[in-house]
Design a protein around this ligand. Structure first.
Ligand SMILES: [Zn+2]
Ligand SMILES: [Zn+2]
Length: 121
């Protein structure tokens, strides 16, 4: 039996598995570099999703979360007041929570009006 020369398909290139990527920050809309080194870190941690925020936005978010958990931990009734623009009437208002990205935030009257509407529907 004649044997043909076996061809090993070695298309794996381990060293170049990770390369710098550009990602659009969901908070500020700026592109940031997700470095190969960070990708290796994510890979090692078993994290599947790439980061959504640039470093400064991530830090800002962490600070917000830290402030929230700190106020929870201390038990002190710290009033959280975040200035937002109402998605309904466009007026500036403050809400007692940190709105999540991409969710519309309403002022009190619009919020109550919306709730009344959906209750009727
Ligand atoms: Zn950002
Ligand atoms: Zn409103």
């Amino acid at each position: 039996m004649m044997s043909e020369s076996e061809v090993l398909t070695t298309e794996l290139t381990p060293s170049s598995e990770f390369s710098d990527e550009r990602i659009l920050c969901v908070d500020c809309g700026e592109k940031f570099i997700w470095t190969a080194g960070e990708q290796v870190f994510f890979h090692d941690k078993g994290l599947k999703n790439p980061p959504k925020r640039c470093k400064s936005c991530k830090q800002a978010k962490n600070e917000r979360l830290a402030a929230i958990s700190a106020s929870h931990a201390s038990g002190a009734r710290q009033r959280i007041e975040v200035t937002v623009v109402c998605a309904q009437c466009g007026q500036q208002t403050t809400v007692p929570f940190y709105p999540s990205q991409g969710r519309p935030v309403y002022c009190r009257s619009c919020f109550l009006a919306g709730r009344a509407m959906s209750a009727r529907a």
